[in-house]
Write a protein that binds this ligand. Sequence first.
Ligand code: UN1
Length: 512
Amino acid sequence: SINITSILEELHILDNNQAWSTGQQWGESVNATTKTIYSPVDGKAIANVAFATADDYDQVIKTAQNAFESWRLIPAPKRGEIVRQIGEELRAKKKALGALVSYEMGKSLQEGWGEVQEMIDICDFAVGLSRQLYGLTMHSERSRHRMYEQYHPLGIVGIISAFNFPVAVWSWNAALAWVCGDVCIWKPSEKTPLTAIACQKIASKVFEVNGIEAGVSSLIIGDREIGELMANDERVPLISATGSTRMGKAVGAAVGKRLGRSLLELGGNNAIIISEHADLNMSLPGVVFGAVGTAGQRCTTTRRLIIHESVYDAFKAKLTSAYSQLRIGDPLDETNHVGPLIDKDAVQSYLNALEEAKAQGAKVVVDGGVLGGDGFESGCYVKPAIFEAENHFKIVQHETFAPILYIMKYGSIDNAIELQNGVPQGLSSSIMTTNLREAEKFLSHAGSDCGIANVNIGTSGAEIGGAFGGEKETGGGRESGSDAWKVYMRRQTNTINYGSDLPLAQGIKFDF
Ligand code: UN1
């Protein structure tokens, strides 16, 4: 167990009941409602948090608009230097912040620290990026003309994040947005506001020390209403939203209606193909971590296994034996593999899914259930389950945010790829094989239709250096590495005539 009071103290968030922050300013909300945040680890209250109102939101937006006017004029490498310092602060606070992530959200301590490590990594990435916001130059078809493109800051970026990666996803967006010259307003999940408050304190202090005015990093604690205000607000040119497909469809529609830009990172229904050419021993930890890690609450969690008929029984036996050795319990105890679900609502969805799977004809391989008694007082600990199921079952087509794995058989590689692609979501996918032909087929145009496709590693645990996101109902957005930064900027094409006449393009003549 951890000393939560000393962690809250180290992160300067003891007795925090402020609903919003524009950095240096923290606001008591007018008419705010207060909620108590309970840990899924032990069911105990961690702190009371105030929820912002629409008036608070308006004040935050106005401060952000002002801050953008000056922040965008600071040279990108200088903005990068500030992000570098934020990365340094995160390094210094990694132990405490990671532990708070673990305690507030319920993921293992290692994963809590891992999440803070992803924040540090994206800061490093953003520092380099701040000197590489490259545009192309083109050759004009007209003589004595020059053409090039440049990327300008966009404005306010609204970040809506989910409980399962309560801090990393914010940093993927914020670190890039800041070096791009944008300002950020963050609405964290209402289930995990404390880790967000801790991050905001860390970032704000760095901005303040550097003499940057309030509003470059803002936080607003709120529920759905605040998310809707942001999505409908023309003052927010980009909304980056991570969460369920249902939420993403609502956000995407609202932002689309005003022709704003949205970056959506929504549900996954990720599969691993276990080929007859797979190294089964090597595949096992990838599958088990993918399916039960973070108690099945990653968007990249392995939810389906598509196993070649010739190795089906052998792999099923290995899997069953591995599941029987899983230790479920306090995620702060590093000997445990599986921690709790986020809350009792999540437990109910898990139980409903178990029932539906059975009703729809799935066969139990490893049965689920809720754990009770000593150490399980929060009521949020559940047993990872495995079902034999068919891909078309309604429950298999649906993302349940819990450790439930559906396994199925295939005969040919084409059939396996068809099953892999045969769901509405398109986030992450893998094939376990030592056969070059089928690995390349899986990665080809006719292969996986997902944003992420891996060979001989699982579906979860992507590095920050790649663009992260997926297709179809996953929303199409890309965050984090590669050239994901471009969505945070507006592109401008410039043509300059340094000659003494004015020729028109496409050979058009217009003499008078
Ligand atoms: C998420 O679940 O929203 O690839 C993000 C992974 C992590 C990120 C998951 N790096 O599993």
